[in-house]
Design a protein around this ligand. Sequence first.
Ligand SMILES: Cc1ncc(COP(=O)(O)O)c(C=O)c1O
Length: 355
Amino acid sequence: MNPENLSPRTIAVSVGRPSGDGAPINQPIVLASNFRNAPDYARTDGTESWQALEHAVGALEGGRCVSFASGQGAVSAIIFALRPRVVIIPTVSYLGVRKLFELMGARDQLDTVQVEITDTPGVLAEVERRTLVHGADKVLLWIESPTNPTLDEGDVAALCAGAARLGARTAVDSTFATPMGQRALADGATVVMHSGTKFIGGHSDLMIGLASTTDDAVHDALVEARTFVGATPGALEAFLALRGLRTLPIRYEASTRNATELAARLRAHPGVEWAKNVGPMLSFILKDGASAADRACASVRVIVQATSLGGVESTMERRQKYAGDAHVNPGLIRMSVGIEDVEDLWRDLSSALAS
Ligand SMILES: Cc1ncc(COP(=O)(O)O)c(C=O)c1O
């Protein structure tokens, strides 16, 4: 079976299964660190449970995938593997990633420059400036798109092409887009990563990270980072993430339909200043600010007030309450729209907005 000839829906279902007569249809969970009469060791060589997931995600992304203990584990491994001196990152982006870069900055291991990711010429001018100072191979453009939590969309293809022309490398955090919404390797990214904890797992029951690349040297450096830094995925998590991946296309489609409908209704709501969805992610700003947003989040009954996202269940949260997101609008609620009936979601949301 050549995944190149298959659609993403088919790849998600078909790749990463054992083959041969009598083989189990699903890759069993390999609960072993040690292997008889072999030099293999799980942290060094991986296990078949991880490899099945990596084959499927790699086939969806059009590259080779390495799995990690969490999204943050994947981010750390990318930095360890690519060894940038400076990372250019969107001003609004996942707070945990910015914090990691800040901590590395405090240890003089990395400089971070923040940019508006929607301003392609401005971003590329910054990349050029930094390549002249540090050398192109020391510059990494970190493209989170859509951004967490404002859903800003960078022009991934233009940014990757522009950075490559300058000799700089690019990492794309595609967590919100999923491989259904964005194929960053085809757009020229050096590496694409996901918090698989979110939409790929899809059921809020695991932590996992995934990084894919078409560059064999980068792949090997990611494996080296995982081996020696040690952020290895668990066998059960890898199994569950692959089971989640099987339904990612239909979950993504159903959640996107719901989110698009809710965004349209929110835009027509008198209490709402702004609403936007990109796929299943929906952010909106309440005119009455932080206290109205807190009241709405505390009042939902079907939707869950929770910080993570990407599950079959809808979740929402006011983001500016976190120190790392202090610069976003105080009335902004970020919602991850699930696969429930959209009329139930709207009844819940509109009565919470009236609270
Ligand atoms: C965009 C983005 N990137 C990375 C991460 C980190 O992933 P994890 O929590 O799986 O370590 C998150 C987590 O929320 C995220 O939203």
